[in-house]
Design a binder for this molecule. Structure first.
Ligand code: SAH
Length: 226
């Protein structure tokens, strides 16, 4: 059954294509300007990552609730973090916090291989089903504590953390290539600092703060509940 009959006649401007076009324009005006990043967002159907209750808001520029008390990130932040990662077509990327798999899908369109780790089995299973539906062949998933990274697959060219780390993510930085790039929200409070670490080629890093963000926390261990 569809709810469409109950909707007021919103006119041609309110169609999903128009909502997507508006979203892309909004991202561009806020500084997400790289064409490959915008193209990856434009070709990723956010509604399939969004719970039924919020599907009509899939193309709003806001974070939305998903299962297990988690969230699918705001498209602008997804664009900003993806752009900050400076992906190359040959990049092997580690993502911590699969969640809905929306960010993973965007990374998979811009990199060679994406390794993604999630601490909720339910979220991981649902995300895996979406990757299958979308025909993604370059995503490798793992149920585990992403705070420990993925030592067996290290080192990585790029690492993206989509949950807030309490402090400098040392274990993850140790799994980055010497000239690699890591992007992560850092902080314990409700508002964190989005930081980018760029390897200096000699084992050190140059860190910079990009903007303030609000992420769910990076938690220790795997979730006991499903
Ligand atoms: N990138 C996601 C946003 C996910 S929200 C998306 O596009 O939908 C953050 C996710 O990080 C949640 O799913 C949460 O369960 C997960 N997470 C938190 N701590 C973690 C940890 N230690 N290891 C793996 N995943 C973790």
């Amino acid at each position: 059954m569809s709810d469409d009959d109950d909707m007021p006649d919103a006119g041609p401007q309110a169609g999903p294509d128009m909502a997507l076009a508006r979203l892309i324009l909004a991202l561009r005006s806020q500084g997400v300007t790289e064409a490959p990043v915008l193209n990856a967002i434009e070709t990723t159907p956010r509604e399939i990552f969004t719970p039924d209750l919020f599907k009509d808001r899939a193309f709003e520029d806001s974070a939305l609730p998903i299962a297990c008390g988690q969230t699918i990130s705001q498209p602008f932040i997804v664009g900003l973090m993806t752009q900050a990662l400076q992906l190359e077509p040959r990049s092997r990327v580690l993502e911590i916090g699969t969640g809905s798999g929306y960010q993973t899908t965007i990374l998979s369109k811009l990199a060679r291989l994406v390794y993604t780790v999630e601490r909720y089995r339910t979220l991981l299973r649902e995300a895996e089903a979406r990757f299958k539906t979308l025909g993604l062949t370059n995503v490798v998933t793992k149920f585990g504590d992403g705070g420990q990274g993925w030592p067996e697959q290290a080192p990585f060219d790029r690492i993206m953390v989509t949950a807030a780390a309490p402090g400098e993510p040392k274990a993850l930085l140790s799994q980055l290539k010497p000239n690699g790039i890591l992007v992560a929200p850092i902080g314990r409070g409700p508002v964190q600092s989005l930081r980018r670490y760029i390897g200096d080629g000699e084992g050190g890093f140059v860190a910079e703060a990009l903007t303030d963000v609000r992420f769910v926390p990076l938690l220790d261990g795997v979730a006991k509940e499903l």
